[in-house]
Design a protein around this ligand. Structure first.
Ligand code: ADP
Length: 388
């Protein structure tokens, strides 16, 4: 009897956690879709040559605020994924030196505003490894932005990466972010890794959710490491972790620099998107670069348009997932089954506000080759089209 009760309780618990996760996935979609419009239209307005200078300043403020809002949504989603054991690590070949340089360049503007000096030290015997580059970058960016937040004007931040030991085909990489900022009291060192904890009463910018370090330490744990901190009040803090990663031969595709656009003119894109504002944004971004875009408003129309054009006419399909009449997943599966040689070959990239791993897996199972999460930056879209 008692066992049965426990089983029923457990089942209820599982169901409620699944319901919570589904709700969050849906809510993330609902929030990300309008965010996509705000961020996309702001980028378009900022890129326009005839935008008056006074307006550029205001648009940049919108951009900063909307990026901040998006980072809050992302943090809450990450915490939920961690709590539901849904956070998965996806290892890929990557160059950690490049990754650290990218993370540093993303934070540099914030550091320059406070006149904080940033130094990057790198000591590697191998250039490429296999690891979850996106998650490592997320952790480093979080540590760097904390370091900037909690370091006074004219301070110094040292970012370092070193290959500290090797065993066969694997190496131990030590990542560290050290600042000479306000430091953390001994009693608070344990607290800061807990959700929603913010221990520094003074000198805060009033920004942040207190989730950054919880997410970071969980991510590092999932990758097999341990995020540690050494700190002295008034002298500064050092956050560091080490990871054992397999060495890799492969050379990653060179990442595009910010604002650098490949030559896309003449590329033909079939865009499936039911939300007209989102479609307008993508079309505007692509047509700006000379891309020819045909727009399908639902999952059936995209199949019909693909069929109506000769073999090889389209270079890539950008596919929204949630669409009326037929979903993007069903449309992709149907296109892959068509009896013509380009049906199997054409790159189909999912373009969706759902960013859970299950969503990505479903897209891949349906025969898609790529995934771009809304809201995306112009550069990401260009990169996808270029690689497609
Ligand atoms: P948030 O930055 O959003 O408040 P975090 O989880 O990233 O949340 O950090 C939690 C708390 O840890 C911060 O509010 C701050 O009190 C403290 N902290 C984090 N990094 C540093 C640092 N480099 N120097 C001093 N305090 C820090």
């Amino acid at each position: 009897m008692k066992n049965r009760l426990i089983k029923v309780e457990l089942q209820k618990e599982i169901e409620s956690s699944q319901a919570k996760s589904e709700f969050l996935s849906q809510m993330s979609h609902e929030i990300r879709t309008p965010m996509n419009a705000i961020i996309g239209l702001t980028q378009i307005a900022l890129r326009a040559k005839d935008t008056p200078p006074a307006l550029v300043g205001q648009l940049k403020e919108i951009q900063t605020s909307s990026q901040f809002l998006l980072s809050l949504v992302n943090d809450i989603l990450d915490i939920t994924k961690i709590e539901n054991s849904k956070m998965k690590i996806s290892p890929v070949p990557f160059g950690p030196r490049n990754l650290m340089e990218q993370a540093e360049s993303m934070i540099r503007i914030q550091a320059e505003k406070k006149n904080i000096q940033m130094v990057f030290k790198c000591d590697l015997q191998h250039e490429y490894f296999v690891g979850d580059a996106l998650r490592i970058k997320q952790v480093i960016i979080n540590l760097l932005s904390n370091a900037v937040k909690f370091t006074d004007t004219n301070g110094k931040i040292v970012l370092s990466l070193s290959e500290v030991s090797q065993k066969g085909e694997e190496s131990e990489l030590l990542f560290s972010v050290k600042d000479n900022g306000i430091g953390i009291a001994k009693n608070d060192l344990e607290l800061i890794f807990q959700s929603f904890e913010q221990v520094t009463g003074v000198n805060r910018l009033g920004q942040g959710t207190g989730l950054g370090l919880t997410i970071s330490s969980n991510l590092v744990k999932l990758m097999g490491g341990n995020l540690s901190v050494a700190s002295i009040v008034g002298q500064g803090s050092e956050f560091f972790f080490s990871l054992w990663l397999p060495q890799s031969e492969s050379v990653e595709a060179p990442a595009l620099e910010e604002n650098e656009t490949p030559d896309l003119s003449g590329i033909r894109v079939l865009l499936a998107e039911d939300n007209s504002l989102n479609a307008e944004i993508v079309i505007c971004m692509l047509e700006d670069e000379g891309v020819i875009v045909d727009h399908a408003v639902d999952g059936q129309v995209v199949i019909d348009m693909f069929k109506a054009h000769p073999e090889g006419y389209y270079n890539i399909i950008l596919m929204d997932i949630q669409m009326p009449v037929k979903s993007g997943l069903a449309a992709a599966m149907e296109i892959r089954r068509l009896n013509r040689p380009d049906a199997q070959k054409i790159p189909i990239v999912a373009m969706t506000a759902n960013t859970f791993k299950e969503d990505k897996d479903k897209a891949m199972e349906a025969g898609m080759n790529g995934f771009i999460a809304k809201p995306f930056r112009v550069e990401e879209l260009y990169q996808i089209i270029n690689c497609g």
